[in-house]
Design a protein. Structure first.
Length: 116
C-alpha cells in the first residue's frame, strides 16, 4: 500500500452525504460534454446510498477528498463507485481506497484457504 501520512480513512456517516455528492459531481463533471449527459453517479441519491451501502472516505485536513462505495458478497467485491476530488487527484488516493476495500475480501479468502 502506498504510504500517504496526510490521508486518513473512516467510514461515511449520514451527515457526509452532501460532501460525497459534491465530490462525485466535481469528479465526474468533465465527462458531461464527452457523453452528452450527466453520468449516473452524478444523479445518485447519496442520502439513501450512505444509509444502504458501505462507503469509506479519504480525509485530508478534515476535508473529504475521496470515497469508495462497495458491496461485499460471499464470492466478490462490488465497487459501485470510487472517486477523488479533482484538486486531490494524481496523488494515489484512489489506489489507497481500492486497496483498503480489498482488505476484507482478502481476509475472507485467506480464512477459507486455511480451513481447507
Amino acid at each position: 500500500m502506498i504510504a500517504n501520512p496526510s490521508i486518513r480513512f473512516r467510514p461515511a456517516e449520514p451527515a457526509d452525504a452532501a460532501a460525497i455528492r459534491d465530490i462525485v459531481r466535481a469528479a465526474y463533471a468533465r465527462w458531461v460534454p464527452v457523453i452528452g449527459r450527466e453520468p449516473l453517479p452524478m444523479r445518485a441519491d447519496y442520502d439513501k446510498a450512505v444509509a444502504e451501502h458501505p462507503f469509506d472516505l479519504a480525509v485530508e485536513d478534515d476535508r473529504i477528498v475521496g470515497m469508495i462505495e462497495t458491496l461485499l458478497a460471499d464470492d466478490h467485491l462490488w465497487v459501485e463507485n470510487v472517486c477523488v476530488a479533482p484538486q486531490a487527484q494524481g496523488r494515489g488516493i484512489g489506489r489507497l481506497l481500492l486497496e483498503r476495500a480489498w482488505k476484507p475480501r482478502r481476509a475472507r479468502q485467506d480464512a477459507r484457504s486455511s480451513a481447507c
